[in-house]
Design a protein around this ligand. Structure first.
Ligand SMILES: Cc1cc2nc3c(=O)[nH]c(=O)nc-3n(C[C@H](O)[C@H](O)[C@H](O)COP(=O)(O)OP(=O)(O)OC[C@H]3O[C@@H](n4cnc5c(N)ncnc54)[C@H](O)[C@@H]3O)c2cc1C
Length: 388
């Protein structure tokens, strides 16, 4: 009964979004933020309602107009003169701000990624619209009449007012080029041992060169990188036999690209027990370490000193040991105990660094899967550079 409830709760996705409170930007009541000259309005203020969106959009422009510094700005003439205001997003808030800016004769541009009012255009057909609070009249010219009680009427009303006032957004996506790599943590499903391993890697954001040099890594399957950024750093290094992902993150971080994280583990990585590097483990691993050292060893030494460099080298070696352990698992899956012992001997040659992998490898080879499952409940070896 209880397990049925747990399965039902999982099916309902009660775990998403992970029970965490979404962060909203800091904003004062008038939309001012902690970045001078940047104002926010609409849903970003934390109240996702049409009337508040319209109200905060218009009020943000009024706040700007009331700013003495804005009033005393230089106002050169000519078509190349700078804009007074750039509005990002032609939703209700952006359009309300545009109407207010137009009314006060500001030079402005409104930039929209998809189409004007795209959120509302994508509401379900015939969706009833609730314009709460009923007694509220939003500031500015973007108002909602009884026509707006259903989605189609709302869209018509909004599009009409934009057309009447001649407010046309420029279609473009605004992007912050400095936050380029967006990633999330992942959960591992060890399908051999039949257990879930929650994410243990810490989250780092912004400039992540330091953590990367200390051995932190991001799984490729849980990251998104724009093509232009990949092109700028030359993509994956084909001369590396493995660890292409780790090297790529280092290249991006060194080039000044910043990382941003979604805190929820949205990716599940399945570990079916197969070795991840197919052939010639030693050669590929040694080649990888040598090439990584060639490219990054100097920078690691410069940033972290000789001891930090040695720790980094040890972590790289840990990668070889983890691959060797993966070999033991796949050999045991095939029932090839002799091959598993061979890999254990190779691990023993790597002592003391290979100790924890050796213990697990010997337990698996000696005791079989039952023993392995017991040992596997101990903390999994720290994973370093992944080929995922
Ligand atoms: C399904 C649904 C039903 C709802 N029902 C109601 C209701 O009945 N009553 C009610 O009061 N509220 C309702 N809401 C909430 C209401 O739609 C929002 O409060 C309102 O649309 C927010 O306006 P906004 O301008 O802040 O954001 P949005 O309307 O979301 O506009 C943001 C605009 O910015 C654009 N944009 C985003 N990123 C970029 C970028 N990088 N570059 C350029 N442009 C970008 C988007 O394409 C979009 O057009 C509903 C919302 C949803 C999703």
């Amino acid at each position: 009964m209880f397990s049925w409830l747990v399965r039902y709760a999982r099916w309902l996705h009660t775990g998403w979004p992970a029970g965490l409170v979404e962060k909203t930007p800091f904003a004062a009541e008038d939309g001012a933020t902690n970045v001078a000259g940047l104002y926010i309005a609409g849903d970003l203020t934390g109240i996702p309602l049409l009337k508040f969106s319209s109200d905060t959009g218009a009020r943000a422009v009024r706040t700007i107009l009331a700013d003495p510094a804005f009033g005393s700005r230089e106002r050169p003439d000519g078509k190349d003169a700078p804009l007074d205001l750039v509005i990002l997003g032609a939703g209700v808030a952006g359009m309300a701000a545009a109407l207010e800016a137009q009314k006060h004769g500001l030079r402005f541009e409104i930039i929209e990624a998809v189409e004007p009012f795209s959120t509302i255009v994508n509401f379900p057909k015939r969706k009833p619209i609730y314009t709460y609070p009923t007694g509220m009249t939003p500031a500015g010219d973007l108002q909602f009449t009884s026509r707006s009680s259903v989605k189609e009427g709302l869209v018509e009303e909004l599009q009409e007012i934009a057309a009447l006032r001649g407010v046309r957004p420029r279609l473009a996506r605004c992007e912050n080029p400095s936050s380029t790599v967006v990633y999330c943590p992942f959960e591992t499903h060890d399908d051999v041992a039949g257990r879930r391993i929650p994410n243990r890697r810490p989250i780092h954001e912004g400039d992540v060169l330091g953590p990367l040099l200390r051995g932190w890594n991001v799984a490729t399957s849980s990251a998104i990188v724009p093509r232009a950024a990949l092109a700028r750093v030359g993509g994956f290094d084909e001369r590396l036999p493995a660890a292409h992902d780790y090297d790529l993150w280092l290249c991006l971080a060194r080039a000044g690209f910043r990382f941003a994280a979604v805190p929820d583990a949205l990716v599940i990585r399945h570990d079916h027990g197969e070795a991840r590097i197919s052939a010639d483990l030693e050669a590929r691993s040694e080649g990888t370490i040598a090439r990584l050292d060639d490219k990054w060893g100097g920078l690691v030494r410069e940033q972290l000193g000789q001891r930090g460099y040695e720790r980094w080298r040890a972590l790289c070696r840990g990668y070889v040991h983890s691959m060797r352990f993966a070999r033991i698992r796949s050999a045991m899956m095939r029932g090839d105990r002799a091959a598993a012992w061979g890999h254990c001997r190779a691990l023993a040659r790597g002592l003391p660094g290979s100790g924890r992998y050796l213990v697990r490898g010997v337990a698996l080879t000696l005791l079989g899967w039952r023993g392995y499952r017991t040992v596997a409940r101990l903390r999994a070896p720290r994973e370093f550079i992944s080929d995922a």
